[in-house]
Write a protein that binds this ligand. Structure first.
Ligand code: ZN
Length: 246
């Protein structure tokens, strides 16, 4: 029983270390992943913006061509107007001219609107580009170090896992299964007691159970937190001179 307590404590200590290593790994990986994905976001946003700027530039070109075409038509209309003989012809030429001029104004308005949108898209591309440069520099600066740390942590994790495998096989299978079942709910699955209070949840263990635990005959579980609970004498329980004479 004493030996099993020591084995359980060792296993719990390994699990504790494993948990810490896994947390650090997670933080490092998430940090790297976060930088990478924000770079990806920026690049895809820039891609979309560049496409729409290109589209707008094409439309602007088309509009310019249309305006040139309309101006030619206006020129012809003016000639028609100057050649008109009758009032009817004059009125018709005037109407045509007005319509054409209105079409030119509409195209010019459209051009101006497009230019405003394109300009703000270019600004946002510039901003995203500056941000991406910063993220890239951060990635280059940290990724080597972070990857190195991740490598070290992975090595540490593998070592702990092999130690864990040895430690878990040392325990009786029934006890190990119990330990694992508690561990699904409690990261630290064991708790000691030296005064009848469970060290895991700090709640008193029923006296009958505590007596049994104190005799160290078998493992029990705390009725409150379900941790595997075992008795260890308090460090201060033995008088200082007793250890000196031992
Ligand atoms: Zn408890």
């Amino acid at each position: 029983m004493r030996e099993q307590i020591a084995q359980l404590e060792e296993l719990a200590a390994i699990d504790e270390q494993l948990r810490r290593v896994e947390e650090q790994l997670k933080t490092r990986r998430e940090g790297l992943q976060g930088l990478r994905s924000s770079l990806q976001d920026l690049e895809s946003r820039m891609g979309t913006d560049r496409e729409s700027v290109a589209q707008m530039e094409k439309t602007q070109k088309d509009l310019h061509a249309e305006i040139r075409n309309l101006l030619n038509q206006i020129e012809r209309s003016r000639e028609k107007y100057s050649r008109s003989r009758t009032e009817r012809e004059t009125a018709a030429a005037q109407r045509e001219l007005e319509e054409l001029r209105k079409l030119v104004r509409d195209r010019e308005d459209e051009l101006q609107k497009l230019e405003n949108v394109a300009q703000s898209a270019r600004t946002s591309i510039g901003e995203a580009d500056a941000k991406a440069t910063g993220v890239r520099a951060e990635l280059e600066g940290t990724s080597e170090g972070t990857l190195g740390t991740i490598g070290d942590l992975e090595k540490e994790k593998a070592e702990l896992e092999s130690r864990r495998s040895v430690a878990s096989k040392a325990l009786p299978p029934v006890l190990y299964r119990r330990y694992e079942s508690v561990r699904t709910r409690r990261p630290r699955a064991i708790a000691s007691t030296h005064d009848g209070t469970c060290n895991g949840c700090h709640i008193a263990i029923p006296p009958m159970m505590y007596q049994k635990i104190q005799r160290q005959e078998e493992f029990d579980q705390c009725p409150n937190c379900r941790r595997i609970v075992y008795y260890t004498p308090a460090p201060s329980a033995s008088p200082p001179d007793a250890s000196a004479s031992a």
